[in-house]
Design a protein around this ligand. Structure first.
Ligand SMILES: [Mn+2]
Length: 280
């Protein structure tokens, strides 16, 4: 899988971060944390393969861009609950900010950049990177689409109070973030079309990440929740932290609220564990 990496590349990754040799030309926001929300419920390890492909293509590109970076893979552990992309990204932000990173990419595992000129850097404005994807003919799926990959400086992400923590299951958290963006006074900025192109690794829908039936209702109150729902009320438990050669793997329990509404269906054998989880 990693046959393209030379020994020199490996030796650069001893602390699972890459530090450029040359003095970086970018004066600030040069410590880039790439945060990947993750869980692999497939028997065929599909999501794990996606992660390897992503790293295989993206790491050499970032090295060529002379960027100091680290991949944070935030793996949803604990009881098998609906996936919560937004909350995992908040957790990744928190962990990476604690480690001193000041530029954050919130990055899906199945999007691979096509062009080295697509620089992984933060500007003072939040940017949406994943508007031009092969699957959608390299056109934004809708006007205000803000999913897939976005970049933020620490200051800006804090202003938005991060993502909402309340979207359990597929959908809505990215549009909620866009509402926050507008509330704070930003508009969507995208890198130049020609270079910011992505391939999406094709996949089916994941078990435990079924469409969240509450997402439209939640979206209706997005601006009201900005101050109270996000980084400010984020709770989670780190279950394990493993420094792999190419990324930091953090497995977390994202504290699924036991008093929750009607969640998307969970397989029956997982349902039995419900009563033990009162630590939310
Ligand atoms: Mn996908």
């Amino acid at each position: 899988m990693f046959q393209n990496f030379t020994t020199e590349y490996f030796s650069k990754f001893i602390s699972s971060s890459y530090f450029p040799k040359q003095k970086c030309l970018v004066p600030k926001n040069k410590h880039v944390a790439i945060i990947i929300p993750f869980r692999d419920p497939t028997s065929t390890q599909d999501r794990t393969k996606h992660l390897k492909w992503l790293l295989l293509y993206t790491i050499p590109a970032l090295i060529r861009q002379n960027i100091h970076f680290r991949f944070y893979v935030i793996n949803q552990g604990g009881h098998f609950r609906p996936f919560n992309r937004g909350k995992l990204l908040n957790i990744g932000f928190q962990e990476a900010a604690n480690d001193g990173f000041d530029c954050f990419f919130f990055h899906d595992v199945d999007l691979v950049l096509e062009d080295d000129r697509n620089l992984y850097l933060c500007s003072r404005y939040p940017r949406h990177y994943a508007a031009h994807i092969d699957k959608w003919n390299y056109k934004p799926l809708y006007n205000n689409v803000f999913g897939g990959i976005v970049s933020f400086t620490k200051e800006t992400f804090l202003k938005l109070n991060g993502y909402s923590n309340q979207y359990w299951g597929w959908g809505g958290e990215d549009d909620d973030l866009h509402v926050r963006l507008r509330e704070v006074g930003y508009t969507i900025i995208r890198p130049y079309d020609e270079t910011s192109k992505y391939k999406m690794i094709s996949h089916g829908s994941d078990k435990g990440n079924e469409q969240n039936p509450r997402r439209h209702t939640l979206l209706g109150t997005a601006s009201k929740r900005l101050g109270s729902d996000g980084l400010s009320d984020l709770t989670y438990k780190v279950l394990s932290k493993d420094f792999n050669t190419f990324y930091l793997n953090i497995t977390v329990d994202p504290h699924y609220p036991i008093t929750n509404f009607s969640p998307p269906k969970i397989p029956a054998d997982e349902e039995k564990q419900n009563e033990t989880e009162a630590d939310a």
